[in-house]
Design a protein around this ligand. Structure first.
Ligand SMILES: [Zn+2]
Length: 204
């Protein structure tokens, strides 16, 4: 890369830190930015700077938000008695797109993964227990049907099964090994509507 100006190298190196972006792609993207007007590149850069500075996690559910309480938790039209447990905001977006769920969410911020050194204490599970204070009557476990998802689902089930709330899971229109984010809207919407008691899935 010595033949390139230093500033160009720096930009390429930064771009290549993104997942799935190799150095050739990084160079192509950076050269595209270089062709744009200064205003356009300012707007591009500022979007990331503002996002990093102003996005926080909702103190109630752990969803990403621009204020202390996210738009779902702040909406009085949402049913506070139903909590849908998801891995991260991508799943919130996927479920919101189906328009089949009118409850609230609880965002774990990851899945239990011993291989990656992620344990229950690293996830927003204590926060979930604190929310089970009488207003919640159903917990919908909507995690990916991967090994990490299943491990996390079972762990949460064990933690909350004596809390007096119904524990359900998505109907298995979703195939095993699938991720919510990539499940089509219709299938995901149906899986939410036809959710089943989690204990039934254990018996099989
Ligand atoms: Zn929230």
């Amino acid at each position: 890369m010595d033949q390139y100006p230093r500033l160009l190298q720096d930009a390429v190196e930064q771009m290549a830190t993104l997942p799935g972006i190799g150095r050739r792609t990084a160079l192509r993207l950076v050269l595209d930015l270089l062709k744009r007007s200064e205003d356009s590149v300012d707007a591009f850069g500022n979007a990331f700077i503002r996002m990093r500075r102003d996005i926080c996690t909702c103190t109630e559910c752990g969803n990403l938000s621009e204020s202390a309480i996210c738009s779902v938790c702040a909406d009085p039209g949402r049913d506070a008695s139903k909590l849908c447990i998801v891995e991260d905001i991508r799943d919130v977006i996927a479920i919101e797109h189906t328009r089949q769920f009118k409850g609230r969410y609880h965002v774990l911020g990851g899945l239990i993964s011993p291989m990656d050194g992620v344990g229950p204490q690293d996830l927003n599970i204590d926060g979930l227990e604190k929310r089970l204070n009488g207003t919640v009557d159903e917990i919908i476990l909507a995690l990916n049907t991967t090994m990490e998802g299943d491990t996390t689902t079972f762990y949460i089930y064990k933690r909350i099964r004596d809390k007096g709330v119904a524990i359900t899971t998505l109907a298995r229109g979703m195939s095993v090994g699938s991720e919510l984010e990539y499940t089509d809207e219709l299938t995901l919407g149906r899986s939410i509507q036809q959710r089943t008691p989690y204990e039934n899935t254990l018996a099989r």
